[in-house]
Design a protein around this ligand. Structure first.
Ligand code: CIR
Length: 265
């Protein structure tokens, strides 16, 4: 077994724009504060860089309030990148904004192009052995089918899983910790989608801690979830807590804020 599911040479992140106040949200729990969001984002990028990776930091995109959540625009695999078709109409144009940056780093970039195909990166979890894709309000059957056809010749077989009702993305409720271990909410793990993996559950009441990222030697997790943090530390992970209060107002977590990859690995 290799560890290519969590070892990365590169990441791409985008600074939040002033238009972040218009970002999508399921429930309005307050307007995000741009300067605090910028500070959290800077801490996040610094932590990625600390692991030795090259982080491409893109300028804010005022025209797209949710553009800071770059993860939804692409799926990055060692063999190439796939440009997504976000299911939120206000976010569709973000994918074309990301494509040129990936073309600079990858030899092969493919695109989801079907007019009725929708898929967002937040619904895709790539593990050591497979790619899990959750159907959701943002990701439909046509999007999943087109993704499958685009990655088949690279040797990938997708597994369709369920994004729990009322949860934005599949990865809102889970994240990969290493080649065989995931962090997941109990409500998601109960679906059986992680049978065969070791599962660490978020602590009761701390479901919002599930969206972390394993990035090289660090696990970045949102600050404010001490019981889940302790579970990860006890399991031996090097945890870095990052302020996430402003992204959380827009249903965002750690994975949404970057694309992580090793082109040609
Ligand atoms: C949205 O609703 O699209 C954004 N406000 C949040 C996107 C979060 N992205 C992610 O979980 N991958």
């Amino acid at each position: 077994m290799t560890d290519r599911s969590f070892r990365f040479t590169h990441a791409i992140s985008r600074r939040p724009s002033a238009s972040i106040t218009d970002g999508l949200r399921a429930v309005d729990v307050g307007t995000p504060d741009l300067s605090l969001f910028e500070r959290h984002h800077a801490d996040y990028v610094a932590a990625l860089r600390e692991t030795g990776a090259e982080v491409v930091l893109l300028d804010p995109l005022e025209a797209y309030p949710d553009a800071v959540f770059v993860e939804d625009t692409a799926l990055c695999l060692p063999e190439g990148a796939i440009i997504m078709r976000p299911g939120a109409p206000s976010r569709l144009g973000e994918a074309a904004e990301m494509a040129p940056h990936l073309r600079q780093l990858y030899r092969e970039v493919r695109e989801i192009s079907g007019a009725d195909a929708y898929i967002e990166g937040g619904d895709i979890l790539t593990t050591e052995r497979e790619i899990l894709v959750g159907r959701s309000a943002r990701t439909n059957a046509a999007g999943i089918a087109e993704l499958q056809s685009l990655v088949a010749d690279w040797g990938y077989q997708l597994r369709e899983v369920i994004t729990p009702e009322g949860v934005l993305h599949f990865k809102t409720d889970c994240s990969l910790l290493d080649g065989q271990t995931v962090l997941a909410t109990e409500r998601l793990a109960a679906s059986g989608c992680f049978d065969g993996y070791a599962v660490i559950h978020t602590a009761p009441g701390e479901e919002a801690a599930a969206n972390t990222i394993r990035f090289n030697d660090l696990v970045l997790m949102p600050a404010g979830f001490p019981q889940t943090r302790d579970r990860l530390v006890q399991a031996g992970y090097a945890v870095r807590e990052i302020g996430n209060s402003e992204a959380a107002k827009l249903d965002g977590g750690m994975s949404c804020l970057s694309l992580r990859f090793s082109p040609g690995a």
